[in-house]
Design a protein around this ligand. Sequence first.
Ligand SMILES: [Ca+2]
Length: 217
Amino acid sequence: MGIKFNLHTFETERNFDYLTISSDGRQLARLSGAYSNRTYISSENSVIIRFTSDRSVTKSGFNLTFVEYMAVVTTASSCGFNAVATSTSQPITSPGYPNNYPNNADCTWTITASDGMRVQLNLIRFVTESSYDYLTISSDGTQLARNSGIYSNRIYTSIGNILTLRFTSDRSVTRTGFNATFVVCHDKWVIIILIMYCRSLSHNNTRINNTSIILWI
Ligand SMILES: [Ca+2]
C-alpha cells in the first residue's frame, strides 16, 4: 500500500524556502515558489516530508492532504497500440495523461507508414522520473532515443517505415508522462524541376531561356 498526496495550495519564497517529499531514499518532489493542485504518489508506506525556510521573507506556505493508495499495475496488453500514420496528425500519450502514469508500466506502440514513407513523431511534452522511467524510440533495429527526465518539442523520424515506442516505469515515483503526435512524411526530398522555355519578349528585348525552378515538398 502506498501514499497519495494532494498538494492543494503552495506558496513559498522561491529558491529559498522548500518543501521536499522523499520516499525510500528518493526524492519525489522539491518545491519552491507557487503551485496548486499537484499530485504525488509513493508506492512505499513511509514518506518523509520536510519544510525549510531561510532567515528572511515568508509566504503562506502549503496545504496538503494524503490518503492510502493502491498502486495500479499496467501491463503491455493494456496500453500501447498499433497504428498507421497518415497525413492527419494523431495523438499518442503515456497511460493516464495528463494525470500521472502508473508504476510498473510497460507499453509498446508500433506506428507504420506506407512503403517508401516515414513516420514522424513530435514529442510535445515529456516528464518522467529521471533515470528510472523511460521512453525508448526505435526504428529499423536502431534506437533513436532513450528519453528520461524533462523535455519538450523534440522530433524523431523513422529510418524505415516503422517507428516503435516503448514506455517503461519502475516500481515507484510517477510523473505526468508524455504527450506526442505522429504523422506520415515523405521518404526523401522530392525535387521537381520545371524547365521553362520562354520566348523572347519582343517589347523589351528580354530573353529567358531554360529557367529551372526547384521546389522541395
Ligand atoms: Ca518511476
